[in-house]
Design a protein around this ligand. Sequence first.
Ligand code: ZN
Ligand code: ZN
Length: 445
Amino acid sequence: MFLRSFGRQLLRAPSSSSSFLSANVSRAAARSVSQAAVYRNSLFCGSRALARHHHHHAGCGCSGSASRLTTKRGSTAAGTVASEISAAAAAAGAAAGIPRMQMGAVITKHGSPEEVEFKQIPVPEPGPGEVLVNIKFTGVCHTDLHALHGDWPLPAKMPLVGGHEGAGYVVKVGDGVTDVKLGDRVGIKWMNGSCGKCEYCLSARESLCPHILLSGYSVDGTFQHYAIGKADHVTPIPDNVSLEVAAPIMCAGITVYRALKEAAVQPNQWVVLPGAGGGLGHLAIQYARAMSMRVVAIDSGADKEKLCRDCGADVFIDFRKEADVVAKVKEVTGGGAHGTLVLSTSSKSYQQATEFSRPGSTLVTVSMPPDAQLNADIFWLTVKMLKICGSHVGNRLDSIEALQYVSSGAVKPVYKVQPFSTLPQVYSAMEAGNIAGRIVLDLSL
Ligand SMILES: [Zn+2]
Ligand SMILES: [Zn+2]
């Protein structure tokens, strides 16, 4: 029961809107002044970072310090990585210098983005089998917004430090940890830990473990400078992948990569991606191309089309312009999708997907529209021998492989780096559906 209700609502694809910032953000900025003030008092560069952020998005077109906040598309960054590796080595040598207190983004009750409080909290101590990670960058996922709103049937811990797309250095290891070392660059993902002994863990399906620990939900996550991860579950980050690039892979990347495996589309066959222009979708296109699939991207608007084509989509279908999406998919694929990943938050996309699926193909549910049902015609489901399956994050090997595609340069996440202090505004923008690509928070700002 837990897993069923949980699985239905775990992850939602970022919603579909072209530009990240709108008038909404200045409203959000005004609302978050109190958090900013708290943050500013506690962290030396908070006010400067916020000012820089707003200045950039005011659209004056200036360069200089604002350039960090433009959209990036990156796989590897040799210079950045070299400095990160030496910083990690220094951190490992100075393990005794870990502070007792740190800045964290804490919610003590569910509600709106105003509930996010930046405050000093204790640095946690790694227990047996655990590591302490100095988080440098963290992505923000729609799941974090659900934890804030408290709109899932699964209760979150309270008070809660959210976040589950973290990347940083190991600065302390608990008893019994042998294969993760001080200074290792690692990611903390949604699956923080699992029992290792149940039928699901034993069969490498640990996301189904009944004893699963969830970062930023059932245990504190990555919206803090120092976070705990189980040594068995932190993901090693390849030497040529920078931490800010690795962060969005830790949830969005792993999720779509595993879902593509579930779809079992062969090289040169067609995978169809409703909702292709979002945070999950733009990665799904690139993984699919890297896995030699041909891609039909479905979304709407010129910006989404450009993003999808830049990421390698063979065909783009604008669902607002196309009178009959089902017929169009069947036409361009010569008979229907060999596999489909539904990443859109519209339940209509699920209905259409059952209709444009090729006989014998697999439809994978990834996004979770609220209160949605999937109504498939039983006659055609049977006669066409369709498979419909859910896919929820991935296992440890999926996580490692998802980063290997980034390391090789085949997959380049599109993201914006923003100061840690802007988390409340990111939530507001998510509520308004104003995020394209992924937001990565820089904890040093
Ligand atoms: Zn997530
Ligand atoms: Zn287990």
